[in-house]
Unconditional design. Structure first.
Length: 246
């Protein structure tokens, strides 16, 4: 009996240490949470709080698309600045987590710049090929401006988000980079060229994300009972557990 008790005690001790090690994995990690097109940072706040409670550092940059668009490459530069600040601050690893359009940018950064430990796409959105029927005239207008050497001129183009079209004022070059079905945003939406661990989090009530082929391209795909806006809140536990396992 003493031997059995010793084995049990040793096992319990090992389990406790393993649990502690797992809990420690998230410490030293900086998570950059990138908000979506219209939802702002609000949907990401519960996840940010939970990550901080687990010992991670969290950064929530305010992306320039809240007042229009910069080019896709310039937008990746915004993320690069946040990553560099995290590393300068001593981050052992940097993880990108993006909601909706933020997921697109997270994937794009991982593919085109790299150097991040993992990517989490929360309710991934902004698929230029999916919305081309709504934006094709604006894309043609913007491409014509670029071809005429007027890519840095601003004009009004058509944007699309969650079934709603609305005008957006930005440069022709920026618009093309985000809305061209063969451009960098389209490639990022498919997860093309992304290395390292990837988690796709899809809300069952988010019809666009559920119908998207991209979550099957690579990485891990999970579904949660949520819509587009509340997916980050509903998936908090799953995201943290997945991150600890990486």
């Amino acid at each position: 009996m003493k031997i059995i008790a010793s084995v049990i005690a040793a096992f319990l001790g090992f389990s406790s240490l393993a649990g502690a090690a797992s809990a420690m994995e998230i410490k030293g990690t900086t998570v950059i949470l990138i908000h979506g097109k219209a939802g702002g940072q609000g949907p990401l706040q519960p996840l940010a709080a939970a990550l901080k409670a687990e010992g991670a550092s969290v950064v929530l940059p305010r992306m320039s698309w809240v007042s229009g668009y910069r080019t896709y490459e310039q937008t990746l530069g915004e993320v690069r600045a946040a990553v560099q600040r995290a590393r300068a601050g001593g981050a052992a690893r940097v993880v990108l987590m993006g909601h909706s359009l933020g997921a697109n940018i997270s994937m794009g950064y991982a593919a085109r710049v790299g150097g991040v430990a993992a990517v989490v796409a929360l309710a991934p959105g902004h698929r230029p090929d999916f919305i081309a029927s709504q934006t094709q005239d604006s894309v043609a207008q913007a491409k014509a401006m670029v071809a005429a050497g007027r890519g840095q001129e601003k004009a009004q183009f058509l944007d699309f988000n969650q079934g709603r079209t609305f005008p957006v004022t930005t440069t022709a070059a920026a618009y093309v980079s985000f809305f061209d079905p063969s451009g960098p945003a389209a490639s990022a939406a498919q997860g093309s060229g992304v290395g390292g661990p990837v988690l796709w989090v899809i809300g069952t009530g988010d019809r666009a994300a559920m119908n998207d082929r991209a979550p099957y391209s690579r990485g891990t795909r999970i579904e949660v009972s949520a819509g587009h806006q509340d997916t980050p809140r509903v998936a908090v536990r799953q995201v943290i557990d997945w991150l600890k396992a990486q």
